[in-house]
Design a protein around this ligand. Structure first.
Ligand code: HMG
Ligand code: MG
Length: 298
């Protein structure tokens, strides 16, 4: 049977917006995070403390974290590739820091400019600092289902990185389909393998919808027992170092499916639809959530 309750991590303010070419003001990002907070998400990825030369759009992360209206109990997460990022996240009062590695050697080089082994070595200090400061620690495994540079990613490579993230003390580990190439049976094979290495209730699915497979992959993951999913309001997003990758699966679509399945999320879909309309109007284009657009037109 499927999980009765699912946690949705809303990643729109970070993964969703990081790839936008035009600079979006800290005020707009703050307004978006505040709307998502009021929708009831228990976890929002709000910031990324990476090099502004690599991802210019995230340079306002400090201002956003200072301005958002925080709801007690809600976890506001930030990406931290190294100690410089960690110090910034700590000063910005992030509740959770995210170390992000890859199961693909080629993607690791393109995204964070180092090998997988070097990245794990860097994360040791970040992980320790997170624990010392009482912050939650999440590990993200990019290209767990395929890589834009090397294609196939062996299950052994995925299991190896998941094991390393576990050993670093991660509270949660994300299985990320960076370029949206997974299909349902492949998804289950990867998730089952990961569940052999890390607690099932700590694993999450981070699906991009490039090939239109994300909802099917979430359903396939529900069958394996995965109960945490990442999604972006209005289907925003794409990774700047994964050419052609489109946004994360749209939050509205995921909620519509989970509501239909009778799975609890604690999130108010109507408020998410409004937040999606808001950010789409700022960006000057129609959002890519099918459910979001249908509900907004009602
Ligand atoms: P590097 O050039 O190898 O690092 O980049 P460095 O240590 O040599 O530093 C170079 C410069 O960056 C220095 O500045 C540092 O101070 C600065 P300079 O002396 O030249 O003026 N710097 C920083 N500035 C601010 N914050 C920092 C920081 N670190 C160094 N934390 C580095 C290595 C990791 C920094 C770089 O490659 C980087 O920032 N990469 C980030 C790439 C990124 O953000 N990608 C998107 C997020 S991952 C993603 O979207 C995937 C995910 O969604 C899951 C999925 O879908 O797969 C999570
Ligand atoms: Mg992503």
């Amino acid at each position: 049977s499927l999980p009765k309750q699912v946690k949705i991590v809303e990643v729109g303010p970070r993964d969703g917006l990081q790839n936008e070419k035009e600079t979006i003001s800290a005020e707009v990002k703050t307004e978006l995070v505040n709307r998502l907070t009021s929708a009831g998400f228990a976890n929002i990825e709000a910031a990324s403390f990476v090099s502004p030369k690599w991802v210019p759009q995230m340079a306002t992360s400090k201002e956003v974290m200072a301005a958002i209206a925080r709801k007690p109990g809600t976890i506001y997460s930030a990406l931290t590739p190294n100690m410089q990022g960690f110090e910034a996240a700590l000063a910005a009062r992030a509740d959770e820091v995210v170390i992000f590695g890859s199961a693909s050697e080629a993607f690791s080089q393109k995204n964070i400019n180092c090998s997988i082994a070097e990245s794990i070595a860097r994360f040791v200090d970040v992980a320790k600092a997170a624990k010392d400061n009482g912050l939650r620690l999440r590990g993200s495994v990019s290209c767990a289902f395929g890589c834009p540079y090397q294609g196939e990613v062996p299950l052994d490579a995925v299991a190896d990185v998941v094991g390393r993230m576990r050993d670093l003390g991660c509270d949660e580990i994300d299985m990320a389909d960076t370029i949206g190439v997974a299909t349902p049976r492949k998804t289950q094979a990867v998730m089952e393998r990961a569940a052999g290495v890390f607690r099932l209730d700590g694993l999450s699915g981070h699906f991009h919808d490039t090939y239109g497979q994300a909802l099917a992959n979430i359903y396939a993951s529900l069958e394996v027992g995965i109960a945490i999913y990442h999604s972006s309001v209005s289907g925003l997003g794409g990774c700047p170092y994964a050419k052609g990758a489109t946004g994360n699966v749209a939050t509205e679509d995921v909620l519509y499916m989970l509501n239909g399945l009778g799975i609890e999320t604690g999130i108010d879909l109507d408020i998410v639809v409004d937040a999606g309309q808001y950010i789409s109007s700022v960006l000057g284009r129609k959002g890519s959530s099918r459910a979001g657009n249908a509900l907004a037109a009602k």
